[in-house]
Write a protein that binds this ligand. Structure first.
Ligand code: MTE
Length: 321
């Protein structure tokens, strides 16, 4: 994302001094304990992995949405995360997101709709039958995972609120809890984390409102109590911990566009032919396949979800990255 590889950037360049100092202190404290346990790198992350203790949330497998790839392990899915509200290290969300308050939780659905409504999380869980879908997730940073999500198509919710003819885009606003989210005290992004989709993208059956993974409610680090999964787009479009869904006429100003518009576009479709200004997008590292000799995988157009290609007919995907 905004963060260059550790070898070419100092952490102090990307975080405020206070956040950096605090992280250093924690790293030093934590580092001593991990060194004692002989844990470094990957295994250090595993040391903070959450056990699958959340409530069961089964979904009926939907055969139309089953990637044939091997699922990434629960441990990896829940310990290698991006959730900048809890810090920019991959291990920060698993380490700190337990503080997130997920109850009570409501989602305001508003804007250009005939029936604006504030939904309680329990009502949303009952709005449509829970399905289990195995989706690939490709992060813009060059890694990918395969995750069995539990939820349903976002269009089930959209149909309930009846968008007006003026609704061209959907804006997704996510939670800010200053007391539980250590990351929002810094200015890495302009909080809240906001994302957006065109209405037709939001209505596509692949676009999923997610409440769980691996048959259990979402762990906090994965975006509890509800998030998006938009599998043909880079992972940053899949906003976590949603609190508002707004139907609007103008393209929403997303957090990543505000931070670096040249690097993170509105569409953010996975595209091996359009490089990020600072790195290639042609290949990816599948988390869990980290052997020294393991070749990288070729990244697929639309992350392999060819059924969305018709949404972009006539659109220059290089200009609209
Ligand atoms: N949502 C919020 N609110 N904050 C974030 O920092 N990171 C995004 C996305 N959603 C992010 C977010 C990015 S960059 C990715 S790759 C995915 O979440 C990662 O989801 P995962 O941790 O469940 O794999």
């Amino acid at each position: 994302m905004l963060i260059r590889k550790p070898s070419d950037i100092l952490p102090s360049e990307i975080t405020t001094q206070a956040v950096y100092q605090q992280r250093r202190r924690l790293m030093l404290q934590g580092g001593a304990a991990l060194a004692a346990a002989g844990a470094t790198g990957w295994s250090a992350r595993q040391a903070f992995a959450a056990a699958p203790t959340g409530a069961a949330l089964p979904g009926t497998p939907n055969p139309a949405f089953q990637a044939t790839d091997k699922p990434t392990s629960y441990e990896d899915v829940t310990s290698y995360n991006n959730y900048y509200e809890f810090g920019t290290d991959k291990s920060d969300p698993a380490r700190y997101a337990s503080a997130l308050r997920t109850e009570p939780w409501t989602v305001q659905v508003e804007g250009e709709v005939g029936k604006p409504q504030t939904f309680d999380i329990d009502a949303l869980r009952k709005l449509a039958p829970m399905e289990e879908r195995l989706y690939r997730l490709r992060c813009v940073e060059g890694w990918s995972m395969v995750i069995p999500w539990v939820g349903y198509s976002l269009n089930a919710l959209i149909k309930q609120v009846e968008p007006t003819g003026n609704a061209k885009y959907v804006e997704f606003v996510t939670a800010v809890q200053t007391d539980t989210m250590r990351g929002v005290r810094g200015n890495v992004l302009d909080w809240p984390y906001v994302e957006g989709l065109r209405l037709d993208e939001a209505m596509h059956p692949l676009t999923m409102l997610v409440f769980g993974l691996y048959g259990h409610v979402l762990p906090n680090q994965n975006g509890a109590p509800l998030r998006l999964a938009v599998p043909w787009k880079y992972g940053f479009k899949s906003a976590k911990s949603l609190v508002a869904i707004r139907f609007v006429e103008q393209q929403p100003k997303t957090a990543w566009i505000k931070a670096a518009a040249r690097e993170y576009g509105f569409f953010a479709n996975v595209n091996p032919n359009v490089d990020h200004p600072r790195w290639s997008q042609a290949t990816e590292r599948r988390i869990g396949e980290d052997g020294f000799f393991t070749p990288k995988r070729k990244t697929l157009m639309f992350n392999g979800y060819d059924e969305v290609a018709s949404l972009y007919q006539g659109l220059d995907l290089r200009a609209n990255y």
